[in-house]
Design a protein around this ligand. Sequence first.
Ligand code: ATP
Ligand code: FE2
Length: 324
Amino acid sequence: MALGIESTAHTFGVGIVNGRGEILANELESFKSRSGGMRPHELAEHHLNVASKVISRALTSSGLSLKDISLIGYSRGPGIGQALLIGAFISRTLSLELNRPLVGVNHPMAHVEIGRKVTGSRDPVVLYVSGGNTQVIIHNGRRYVVLGETLDIGLGNAQDKLGREIGLPFPAGPILDSMEGKWIELPYTVKGMDLSFSGLLTEALKKIKSGERVEDVVWSFMEVAFSMTIEVAERALALTGKEELLLVGGVAASPRLKEKASVMCEERGARLKVPPNDIVRDNGAMIAWTAILSYKVNGPDDIACSYMKPQWRIDEIPWPLLDV
Ligand code: ATP
Ligand code: FE2
């Protein structure tokens, strides 16, 4: 029985998952702001303020008490240092206090592993689209490797920055996603398997300043950004011959992205797998489940070495392709 704590960015999440991967609780509180983005010290303060409430809620909804927990997992990186620190601090404390093993989890890997588990996808091409990350990932038999990724900002961050400039609250993604408009030409940048969103963002902002309708710019921005990511995912399917596409990360909640992915997969005869919205976004259950897998593969962490890894990449970690 693992309790997992997520705190890489906007969300403080606590999940409780058993050894069969059944999710017994998945509670969270997310930092939101009326204007502006995420200021690191505000995130840390938010996470500290909600931590004990979210842990209690998770225990209550699972019907368990802390002594029933046999493993503590936490998101070790990548992420925003101040936010990571809160999760690391609380999980170390729980581990020491309860005398239970501690396992630090790679956040992108947790998105992938919970996605595979929940959808039953064994060996997919993964399109991981979130605030900080945009990556196309496969397993090569020894580890997860990144076939293509953003060369600058993540798709979600590009959306949220555009939203901030037009006065929307954070996160802006869901609002932008539902806006309708007409097509305006914007730069489409795919470089081999890699992507770039900063030129698209700059040009979109320029178009708004020069008087184009906001709705048209936003609609076209989303059209270009989503088409770019689906193009790279399609190329990865063609290159590897894999038959499933798994969408994970907060942006995978977008109906428009899912529709594009579904059309592409249908044309190629590939299967599309998308977990529900509470699983694609940042959450604690993904950390708890991946902590269980990591414990099986590598055993517990040495608590003295359980420092955070704000730049940790999924492809640094030797990792078997586990059955789902
Ligand atoms: P990571 O550390 O993995 O990069 P993250 O901190 O960005 O994760 P997630 O919860 O995975 O967190 O993703 C959040 C992003 O998802 C935000 O940028 C938000 O705008 C975007 N998002 C959420 N819902 C939608 C939606 N319906 N359409 C488009 N974007 C969405
Ligand atoms: Fe995430």
